[in-house]
Design a protein around this ligand. Structure first.
Ligand SMILES: [Zn+2]
Length: 122
């Protein structure tokens, strides 16, 4: 290998290393973004789980075998509470989150979710 070829080879390597270094910087930025996003999602998930425990579990504990045509003040209060829970879930859905059992609390990335909609229509 003559001296000129050797010099060109080293220059070429130098360029390649420069490119790799830039790429590494970009990847590092991506990782930082992902870590931030992951942190936000964890916090959000925590909030949503708290809300789930507050709203859905009391509803599930209500007796499903409700006798129709027998309104009582107690039942009215129950219906009101369920209505509030429904409004909160509908709002959550409008804000772009899943409220279905499958993906509860995660962000809806692909528009409407059939599971959520069928849940809302119950
Ligand atoms: Zn869903």
């Amino acid at each position: 290998m003559d001296k000129k070829a050797l010099f060109e080879h080293v220059s070429h390597l130098e360029n390649q290393i420069g490119e790799l270094y830039k790429e590494l910087g970009t990847l590092k930025q991506h990782i930082t973004q992902l870590l931030e996003e992951n942190h936000e999602l964890l916090v959000e998930n925590g909030h949503l789980r708290t809300r789930l425990e507050e709203e859905i579990i009391p509803q599930q504990m209500d007796s499903p075998a409700e006798v129709k045509g027998n309104p009582s003040p107690e039942k009215d209060a129950q219906a009101l509470r369920v209505g509030e829970g429904y409004d909160n879930l509908a709002r959550l859905y409008q804000e772009g989150f899943h409220i279905c059992n499958l993906h509860y609390g995660s962000i809806r990335k692909e528009g409407d979710c059939l599971f959520c909609l069928s849940f809302l229509n119950k």
